[in-house]
Write a protein that binds this ligand. Structure first.
Ligand SMILES: CC(C)(COP(=O)(O)OP(=O)(O)OC[C@H]1O[C@@H](n2cnc3c(N)ncnc32)[C@H](O)[C@@H]1OP(=O)(O)O)[C@@H](O)C(=O)NCCC(=O)NCCS
Length: 123
């Protein structure tokens, strides 16, 4: 698997990558050099990372591998740590984070009653 770099843009220096298998796109991965969040997420739950694997390719370890490769990119920036936020209901994402050394920092419930978990990975 490789992370194909697409470019960096925007106020948070958002670097976009395509995880690819044999040249075929299997998802999307994003590294924000500056932490940011959508309006809906609780205050203090800004994060550096987003990843998504296309349904046809899920459950094969590709998200774990994508995050591992993204951590290498983050070290090159260089960042000293990254923050990742996942919904408490998103067990797969939490496994991906924990498999990559994620340390749980805090949980918070948003205005819609959804619980979000914040993790740190020291680089
Ligand atoms: C979360 C997501 C990226 C995981 O991708 P993936 O490639 O299937 O993940 P992996 O194959 O690396 O699996 C990671 C772990 O989650 C487990 N898992 C996968 N799907 C699961 C599910 N629906 N429920 C519970 N566990 C699941 C895997 O078995 C694996 O567990 P293991 O560590 O015990 O082996 C993918 O489900 C996705 O794109 N979801 C939509 C977008 C999203 O939620 N992104 C994360 C935002 S924080």
């Amino acid at each position: 698997m490789e992370l194909h770099y697409l470019g960096t843009s925007g106020p948070n220096n958002t670097a976009n990558y395509e995880p690819r298998i044999d040249g075929v796109k299997i998802g999307e991965v994003q590294l924000r050099h500056r932490t940011a969040k959508s309006e809906k997420l609780p205050e203090g739950f800004e994060s550096n990372v987003y990843y998504e694997i296309d349904p046809a390719f899920q459950g094969k370890g590709y998200a774990k591998e994508s995050l591992k490769l993204l951590l290498e990119e983050a070290r090159k920036v260089p960042l000293s740590e990254i923050i990742i936020v996942a919904r408490e209901s998103n067990i797969a994402s939490q496994k991906v984070i924990e498999a990559n050394g994620g340390e749980w920092l805090a949980s918070k419930t948003d205005a819609e009653g959804i619980v979000h978990k914040k993790y740190r990975i020291v680089l």
